[in-house]
Design a binder for this molecule. Structure first.
Ligand SMILES: [Zn+2]
Ligand SMILES: [Zn+2]
Length: 309
């Protein structure tokens, strides 16, 4: 089973089958204020003891800039109309097919670039490179990334471009609450809101404890996918799990013996403070170990682009 976004009013139509599991929330839209403040707090919590503390310091600057953008700016769209149109086109509401990319996110890119000055000379070179591009070139690079052609864009540039795009799409996705709901559909591995790939999956605590959700690398929505299932090829057999040691049992890699891909699985039952994006960066050593076993990562991280993706 996987998920499709439909207009909210379809829920009220009689005999409309909205879900085969009606008591489970199929999609969580992001709550922007909470999302970035939690992420900043998690970086600050991990930074002192992390072997990647310098890199996390850089991540802190990016996430802080993202939080400031949300506070200072708003994206305004007729999202009701966008959801209706997506239902007619049978696509995700924030997919490129339904909502062609405009240049608003480029303002966010410039803001993030100005907030990350003088970290290292290498980063400054990338910043200068990006500042020198025309909007047409930046748009073309963003289109490549959003179409999944990651190798067409320099991975250092991708990090900044994706971070800016992510704020833009997260703002839009946060406004879908109350306007769109979820139905079942094909292809569980792509975000039903924006059609991008997940960063990783997470098992929540609280009211719906124990359920697994995939977390979108672009719009930060989460969607329900049953546990013990490959999120790349839907395979249900020969799924293996790896973790480094007792300390990192909250973080495992879920590996598929059929398509040889893996995605990290974060379990809030073992660590309620987890943030998927930050903890994915902080557990890079687990990626290296899993890749040595012959599996390729299928997740994308806003704060961590690599050429293999
Ligand atoms: Zn998404
Ligand atoms: Zn698979």
């Amino acid at each position: 089973m996987s998920i499709k976004i439909v207009p909210q009013e379809q829920l009220t139509q009689p005999n409309h089958k909205t879900s085969i599991m009606p008591n489970i929330p199929l999609v969580y839209y992001p709550k922007t204020g909470q999302l970035y403040s939690h992420r900043i707090a998690r970086i600050e919590q991990l930074i002192a003891d992390s072997p990647l503390s310098d890199y996390l310091q850089f991540c802190h600057k990016i996430v802080y800039a993202q939080a400031q953008i949300i506070l200072q700016d708003a994206v305004e769209y007729d999202l009701n109309q966008l959801v209706q149109q997506a239902a007619k086109l049978d696509c995700s509401p924030l997919s490129l097919q339904n909502l062609p990319l405009d240049t608003k996110w480029i303002d966010y890119l410039y803001y993030i670039l100005s907030a990350t000055k003088s970290v290292t000379s290498e980063i400054d070179n990338v910043r200068q490179q990006l500042t020198g591009y025309t909007k047409t070139v930046l748009l073309a690079k963003a289109q490549q990334l959003m179409s999944g052609h990651f190798l067409q864009v320099d991975s250092n540039e991708s990090l900044f471009i994706w971070s800016a795009l992510s704020v833009y799409y997260t703002q839009l996705a946060s406004q879908l609450s109350g306007k769109a709901t979820a139905n079942t559909a094909e292809q569980c591995w792509q975000c039903p809101v924006c059609q991008s790939s997940p960063t990783a999956s997470i098992i929540h605590i609280g009211q719906h404890a124990g359920l697994r959700y995939l977390h979108c690398s672009l719009c930060e929505s989460e969607w329900y996918v049953p546990r013990a299932k490959c999120t790349c090829c839907d395979n249900l057999e020969n799924i293996s799990y790896y973790s480094l040691d007792q300390v990192l049992t909250a973080i495992k890699t879920e590996c598929c013996e059929k398509c040889h891909s893996y995605l990290k699985l974060f379990n809030q039952e073992h660590d309620p403070d987890l943030d998927i994006v930050v903890d994915d960066v902080n557990s890079l050593i687990l990626d290296l170990e899993t890749e040595q076993l012959g599996f390729a990562k299928s997740g994308i991280n806003t704060l961590l682009f690599s050429a293999e993706q």
